[in-house]
Design a protein around this ligand. Structure first.
Ligand SMILES: Nc1nc2c(ncn2[C@@H]2O[C@H](COP(=O)(O)OP(=O)(O)OP(=O)(O)O)[C@@H](O)[C@H]2O)c(=O)[nH]1
Ligand SMILES: [Mg+2]
Length: 258
């Protein structure tokens, strides 16, 4: 029988980490949702503690996706560029509000010739991290296309989006505030949470991934509570469909499969 080692002390999240920019946050609450806190205290988090949530990291070539993941997962930084070929992944185990929670971080290739392989791994993501280089405005403009590609494989209503500017160490405060303005606008437009980080110095890297883990955990627990709520005996089961004719909807779905 294999027993997992305890979660590392520096992966324990006892409270909701703060957003980076109030104007571009997924939410601005100070604490986890009360329902989530109560469920964790009462150990009513269902299967969340056994689940592995998939997170994909996309963006132009050489913007710093691999370095971002390596800084967090291995506390390492390589100044030499080695293109990711296809995909790579890292597992990270956390403990959020006392509940174990795992993220599978998928590092994808930004180079056009590898994009086709990488995109086959986009499916089933619970969070999408779109990365751009704070010193390269074109990479920010391209984030819209990366989002579109990632969403072809995912259900937009179930995915948390993050927009991350890297290489903060390379831009002067004046340059930074210029691009930040555009990045915050973009984040608001695509409903993503904005962060600016440096994998070289490590600035904001841990804070960012803690926020990703926490918000993904929170949405998982809320979904689990909703599911168990609708299963309760005696309660009316709410069926989420816009169609007044459920039979027709089902039939349509069946036809799609053939
Ligand atoms: N100064 C500085 N350089 C960085 C930072 N992050 C990445 N780099 C450099 O940028 C280059 C590209 O980084 P990668 O992480 O390999 O880029 P990538 O987005 O994974 O590229 P692909 O795998 O081709 O898509 C490397 O030379 C890194 O050393 C940072 O925060 N600061
Ligand atoms: Mg890479």
């Amino acid at each position: 029988m294999s027993v997992l080692p305890p979660v590392r002390k520096d992966r324990v999240i006892p409270q909701l980490p703060k957003f980076f920019n109030e104007g571009a946050a997924l939410h601005t609450e100070d604490e986890f949702d009360t329902k989530v806190k109560t469920a964790c205290q009462e150990q009513r988090t269902g299967t969340v503690g056994f689940k592995i949530s998939k997170v994909i990291v996309v963006g132009d070539l050489a913007v710093g996706k691999t370095c971002l993941i390596n800084r967090f997962c291995k506390d390492a930084f390589d100044k030499n560029y080695k293109a990711t070929i296809g995909v790579d992944f890292e597992m990270e185990r956390f403990e959020v509000l006392g509940v174990p929670f795992s993220l599978q971080l998928w590092d994808t290739a930004g180079q056009e010739r590898f994009k086709c392989i990488a995109s086959t791994y986009y499916r089933g993501a619970q969070a999408v991290i779109i990365v751009f280089d704070l010193t390269d405005v074109a990479s920010l403009q391209h984030t819209r296309q990366w989002l579109e590609d990632a969403m072809k494989e995912n259900d937009p209503t179930n995915v948390l989006l993050f927009l991350v500017g890297t290489k903060k160490d390379l831009s002067s405060p004046a340059q930074y505030s210029l691009i930040e303005e555009d990045a915050v606008k973009m984040a608001a437009e695509i409903k993503a949470e904005y962060w600016a980080v440096s994998s070289l110095s490590g600035e904001n890297v841990r804070e960012f991934f803690f926020r990703v883990a926490s918000l993904t955990f929170e949405s998982n627990v809320l979904a689990e509570l909703e599911k168990s709520g609708s299963r309760r005996i005696g309660e009316v089961v709410k069926i989420n469909s816009n169609s007044p004719n459920l039979y027709a909807t089902n039939k349509k779905k069946q036809n799609c499969c053939h």
